[in-house]
Design a protein. Structure first.
Lengths: 373, 373
DNA sequence: TTGAAAGCGCTAACAG
DNA sequence: CTGTTAGCGCTTTCAA
């Protein structure tokens, strides 16, 4: 039966005592009855003592093995082994001013959108000895401030933001904290610090052109209410109208079905139903997520509408399933892994003192042409 | 133009100096040329000085406002406001032996399976002042050890494991660390510490019964290779055979299509194709994820096989889209939110010194009956 | 209610 | 290559 209590032993007073017989001068009774704490874990001092070296030497043996004699190295390693010592990185971080923590903020981990980026960051940073702290900002600003406080308080070596920060106050505090910041998933000429993203406007524009080239004449949109999705949709509408689609009516007249995040298949179905009512001869729909697109396709199928013959569908995200649908989904692909890797590299380099020269990276996007459009 | 450098100002020497005219005795030149560090941020001392109180008083004003006079409280708050002070939680954690960090370990964040749990933990713990550290163990053991080292080194106030720990070594170290541990997503009579999960065996069994009751006679399985998925499938096979399905052939003969995680729609399609070759008169398939089930359904559709008339399909996970499919997907629902909340509660209670009496919670599961089976 | 002292466990600066 | 010393920024303990 696994006895387990958050409080370990009751003060193991005597920190020395072990198979070792060297210098056991403990000084003149360092045991006072006054201020004394310690949770009773094994510390670097215990290891050093057991190895017969000074704490700092043990520290070096663990952190910069090359700076220490092989003999000492071995003794320290044995002591670590014997004691099961695990360095306290909180203490190390306090002393060295390097927490080896990186905060990653996403609107939400629900939904497939930010999975790739979170996954890549976690992996890449872990390989470099960093741990990811996860924060969810929600799609509203409200939580941003509290979250920021919690993050800055932990003195991370970097912050990766998914989507640029909205509140000016937040940007200011982040800037003031001096923590390296990478904003992602969007573009702006004035990032807080570093930026790895792509243009939502360009996506909307290019999708409109793509559909125009393929002879579509009556387009519509199903999209999330969040700000970035809106920008894709607006830009799509403007370009579509500029190209003479939808009978040259204003962009504002272009049928749009707005859904609240997270986007779902069901919303896609309802979206198509609604749009067909607004504009029965719609021949192309741009969706702000692949899940919405799937919903549109399923709804179309159940109505006997041929994809893409009668109705073209374009998604966003290139989720794993999109290439396996029938017909396969034409969609916009974002290289989440690439963004994650670059963001991680930015932070690792900064921590290593390497000056990052090109602070803004546009990773672009690609329209994956398949049968649905 | 946002100038930004990881190194803030160059030693803001004069920490006092502000719109205030009280006691400006700085003591006799506290500036030495010897050992001196500090990243130059604003510390509690600065705040205390500005407020005209001792650091400890400022600390109390922030942490236990009720233990301080209203007058002091206000002065400290003003000082915090004025300086933009953010407490260094690393230092606080070191001193108080409470990091307010909780490690959450999942096999991977890719795929929808653990989203709900990660989301809920992050939210619930954030509301209680904890930050989540994310770790991915992968589906192999190899990374478990390195990950554990990184986690324990940060002295989190709790660890939430998704799936029970495999390596005995890992279990031992976790136990030795004295950190509260919550294992989830599975059941075992001998957890490391606390447990919130459900029985994968029971799921397989119940699904077999469910299909049997509905008159299915020739069943098959599409499932992931990971250990928990395997247990569901094995248990399903055994029960199916025990109930006389598949002509009473042994469980080992029950057709199974194994896929490597993460499970995908495409694998579901291939799975059905393969299974129909093995056993053309298959009339029910249990899939180890909803995505696989969707793949099976799409493949069936493209082959003109009627769901559920000719072929019943049962998924696992009850993803958001499952209720919007056509036909709607019958599936096994796990209450990820509930698991996350209970796990968070376990850890928060432990941190508050509340003794957790019932350390093992079986949250169960439910079979959501819809049209696909 | 407030404060002084001590120290959490570690590492940056110097010396040897 | 190794050690001494002095903190990192905060909170605990004890005393006023």
């Amino acid at each position: 039966m696994p006895q387990h209590s958050p409080l370990p032993e009751n003060t193991p007073d005597d920190t020395s005592a072990d198979a070792r017989g060297g210098r056991d001068d403990d000084g003149p009774e360092p045991r006072r009855r006054g201020p004394r704490k310690s949770a009773g874990g094994i510390t670097l001092r215990d290891v050093a003592q057991l190895a017969g070296v000074a704490p700092i030497t043990a520290s070096r043996a663990l952190n910069t093995p090359s700076a220490v004699s092989p003999k000492v190295l071995q003794k320290v390693r044995e002591a670590v082994e014997k004691t099961g010592y695990v360095p306290n990185l909180l203490a190390g971080g306090l002393a060295s001013n390097k927490s080896r923590l990186v905060a990653v903020v996403v609107p939400t981990v629900i939904g497939p959108v930010f999975q790739e980026i979170v996954h890549t960051l976690t992996e890449t940073l872990a390989a470099a000895g960093y741990q990811v702290m996860l924060g969810q900002s929600g799609y509203e600003n409200s939580r941003e401030d509290a979250l920021l406080e919690a993050i800055i308080g932990r003195r991370p070596d970097g912050v990766v933001l998914t989507g640029i920060m909205r509140s000016a106050e937040a940007r200011k505090r982040l800037l003031a904290s001096g923590i390296p910041v990478v904003e992602t998933w969007d573009l702006t000429p004035t990032p807080i610090d570093m930026l790895v993203g792509f243009s939502h406007e360009a996506i909307g524009r290019e999708v409109a052109r793509y559909l125009h080239q393929r002879g579509r004449k009556k387009v519509a949109v199903v999209g999330g209410r969040d700000e970035r999705s809106q920008r894709r949709m607006q830009s799509f509408a403007q370009e579509a109208v500029a190209l003479g689609m939808n009978d040259g009516q204003g962009a504002a007249a272009l049928p749009m079905y707005h859904v609240i995040a997270p986007t779902t298949l069901g919303q896609g179905r309802r979206g198509l139903a609604d749009l067909l009512q607004q504009q029965p001869d719609t021949d192309a729909i741009f969706c702000s997520s692949d899940l919405l697109a799937l919903g549109v396709m399923i709804e179309a199928q159940s109505r006997g509408i041929a994809i893409s013959g009668q109705l073209a569908v374009v998604g966003f995200g290139d989720l794993e399933f999109s290439r396996d649908l029938q017909p396969r989904l034409t969609t916009v692909r974002i290289d989440g892994t690439g963004i994650g890797q670059r963001a991680a590299r930015f932070i690792i380099d900064r921590a290593a003192g390497i000056e990052v020269v090109e602070r803004i990276v546009d990773v672009g996007f690609s329209i994956i042409q398949r049968e649905s459009a």
